[in-house]
Design a protein around this ligand. Structure first.
Ligand SMILES: NC(=O)c1ccc[n+]([C@@H]2O[C@H](COP(=O)([O-])OP(=O)(O)OC[C@H]3O[C@@H](n4cnc5c(N)ncnc54)[C@H](OP(=O)(O)O)[C@@H]3O)[C@@H](O)[C@H]2O)c1
Length: 282
């Protein structure tokens, strides 16, 4: 008997997950496998993809590993082609690859950090979507963009990250309207901080380098991976258009419209608590 409610079964579905070598993408790979899907795992680090694939095999899946850089259109074209060749169709594209930053804008020596973050988070969604769309249309599939509450709110030390996630939201909201009647669903996942991923360690600092292991640990409000994967699978199955994780985060976006200075103060206080010592004084 199925351990999941009917809405969360994906038996035989063909699912591409970018950013599958780590964190949320890896957890989604496992969750989709457990829900009966055939997963195609994409990211740049092949060793880590193979490790995730091994866990999917243990869970009863037959994953396909396709090393790909989502900022390179040719890689994304090859990724979609490999998925369709193996599985004969494409039902879900989960655009999960992501890169963060943790630096004040006025401390950056140039704009390269913002360009790199935009490249992965925004173009890394656009590129695979371009090649996946004909197949999603053919099977009335779903595009799921893993975004952030920073797609709706500004956050200090994250100017480029918040900008990239706002771009994701604008792209998805526009695409959804263009695809009305096509059968394709477009979901944006607006998540709060997630516990158990590497995003913070790989976030770029003001020197343009990953912040590394000294990156600040998440506070108690961060969402555990198992909770977020369950909500995402459910939202895809129900063809939702936008979800906030946790749900109360939606109230925060309303508050930002009603009382912007108050919201700014609350966000600054919270982010300063999460930041390293240098940021605390900022
Ligand atoms: N962690 C959070 O607090 C949080 C909160 C809200 C939203 N999110 C979003 O959740 C998503 C997943 O992030 P995570 O937290 O799981 O971070 P993570 O553990 O650092 O995973 C990031 C993934 O993106 C891949 N990636 C980065 N650049 C890539 C590129 N150029 N081409 C292909 N893949 C690339 C990485 O793989 P390779 O290095 O092997 O390429 C890795 O698999 C991101 O979109 C992030 O913005 C995270």
């Amino acid at each position: 008997m199925s351990r999941r409610p009917a809405a969360q079964r994906f038996d035989g579905a063909a699912v591409i997950i970018t950013g599958a070598s780590s964190g949320l993408g890896a957890a989604l790979a496992l969750a989709f496998t457990e829900a009966g899907a055939n997963v195609v795992l994409a990211a740049r680090n092949e060793d880590r993809l193979n490790e995730v694939a091994r866990r999917c095999v243990e869970a009863g899946g037959q994953p396909l590993v396709v090393p790909a850089d989502v900022t390179v259109p040719a890689d994304c074209e090859a990724l979609v082609a490999a998925a369709v060749e193996r599985l004969g169709r494409l039902d879900v594209l989960v655009a999960c690859a992501g890169l963060s930053m943790w630096a004040r804008f006025d401390e950056l020596s140039d704009a390269e950090v913002l360009r790199r973050v935009m490249d992965v988070n925004y173009w890394g969604l656009v590129n695979p979507t371009r090649f996946a769309l004909p197949h999603l249309k053919a099977g009335s599939g779903v595009l799921a963009a893993i975004s952030s509450v920073q797609g709706k709110l500004g956050v200090p030390y994250h100017s480029g990250y918040a900008a990239s996630k706002h771009a994701v939201q604008g792209f998805c909201d526009s695409l959804r309207m263009e695809l009305a009647g096509s059968g394709v669903g477009v979901l944006t996942v607006l998540a709060h901080w997630i516990r158990g991923t590497n995003l913070r360690q790989y976030a770029l600092g003001s020197d343009g380098l990953p912040r590394g292991d000294h990156a600040a640990a998440h506070g108690s409000g961060a969402v555990p991976l198992e909770k977020i994967t369950r909500r995402i699978l459910n939202a895809i199955a129900r063809r939702r258009r936008m979800i906030f994780i946790p749900r109360w985060m939606r109230l925060f976006t309303w508050l930002s419209e009603l009382a912007p200075p108050l919201t700014d103060r609350l966000i600054r206080k919270r982010v300063n608590r999460e930041a390293t010592g240098t940021h605390r004084s900022a």
